[in-house]
Write a new protein. Structure first.
Length: 321
């Protein structure tokens, strides 16, 4: 699908990854609907986008993805305003282990709500034009593939002090600030050591549950779309650490609850694996739009390997009857 001329709706669009996705979509010629609970940030960003891309290319709708009525209205307003809907990115997410029910409600329920609303507007078998849905997962997710990860591997990567950085040097005084980009030789060393894959995060069990759920739901509904000929491709993106405000949530007891004590471990992991910039995730969305063969794909993004895909053996394919 060419992004040029399409209409996209992105949740969690006022900052971080969603903000970068919005800009990338606009730069590729789409019109965009920004959905976010953060009123001030959303309005400010919309004003900036009007100045940069011209009025009429972006609208901002205040909406809480946990509220079915608000989200239903936000989709309808988008279609009423632009006359169609082609791309939906369910990106809104939080990291809160203390208020874990809220985390499930935003990350998982919000994504399911957004997917069903997107299908309602886009399904070809129900009169729509078809389209693309992208659901934002994370590398902090469990998934069945080849069973390559042993329990000791899991513990080593989550709880033991991380080995010294292989691919990046830290700049600045904070542990989770910018890391330099790896060169080709560094990349090869890291690949040889191991590229981080999908893996439950010991200090974020509920976050991991939501992000695993997103992968499971997306792969299942993608298979349903194929069987039912919805004409809608549904894929997920699982990035490693990304340089956004969400990373700072690990510094607060009110976010992490009893896992707050693992702050230093998580920061060591950030140091070891590196931190992505939001732009590469945004570019991942464009790749998923442009590659019409992808449905049910799990795009992984890491500092060491860039954009690549989870490979599922035949026994792990979604069952299509
Ligand atoms: P962020 O905190 O910078 O941005 C999240 C956005 O979602 C904010 O604008 C916030 O206002 C909005 N939001 C939160 N709750 C909402 C709700 N109920 N309704 C509507 N909007 C809501 O975080 P981010 O890093 O940009 O995260 C975006 C997505 O990427 C999340 O799903 C997150 O889990 C995922 N992710 C982040 C990282 C990372 O390291 N930053 C890594 C992998 C995946």
């Amino acid at each position: 699908m060419e992004v040029e001329g399409k209409v996209a709706l992105v949740t969690g669009a006022a900052q971080g990854i969603g903000k970068a996705i919005i800009r990338e979509l606009l730069e590729n010629g789409a019109s965009v609907s920004l959905i976010d609970i953060a009123v001030e940030k959303g309005e400010e960003y919309k004003t900036l986008l009007d100045e940069e891309f011209g009025e009429g290319k972006a609208i901002f709708i205040v909406c809480d993805v946990t509220n079915q009525d608000q989200l239903t209205d936000a989709f309808q307003q988008t279609v009423d305003h632009f006359g169609k809907l082609n791309i939906v990115v369910n990106n809104a997410g939080i990291n809160n282990e203390k208020n874990w029910e809220k985390t499930i409600n935003v990350n998982l329920n919000g994504m399911i709500r957004g997917t069903y609303l997107a299908l309602k507007h886009m399904r070809k078998d129900e009169g729509g034009e078809g389209g693309l849905i992208v659901n934002m997962s994370s590398l902090a997710a469990h998934t069945c593939t080849s069973g390559l990860f042993s329990r000791s591997h899991f513990i080593q990567r989550n709880l033991a002090p991380a080995p010294p950085p292989l691919i990046a040097t830290q700049s600045g005084s904070r542990a989770c600030t910018k890391l330099s980009q790896p060169n080709q030789q560094d990349r090869e060393r890291e690949r040889a050591a191991h590229v981080p894959g999908l893996m439950p995060a010991a200090h974020q069990p509920v976050y991991t549950a939501t992000k695993s759920g997103i992968i499971g739901f997306t792969r299942a509904i993608a298979a349903a779309s194929e069987v039912g000929q919805y004409g809608v491709r549904i894929n997920t993106i699982a990035p490693g650490f990304v340089n956004t405000a969400l990373l700072q949530s690990i510094e607060h007891e009110e976010n992490m609850g009893e896992y707050y004590k693992y702050e230093a471990n998580i920061k060591e992991m950030m140091n070891h694996y590196g931190i992505l910039e939001p732009l590469i995730v945004a570019k991942g969305v464009i790749e998923l739009a442009e590659n019409d063969t992808l449905n049910g794909a799990v795009m992984k993004i890491t500092v060491s390997a860039g954009i690549h895909y989870e490979e599922y053996g035949p026994q792990y394919q979604a069952k299509i009857c």
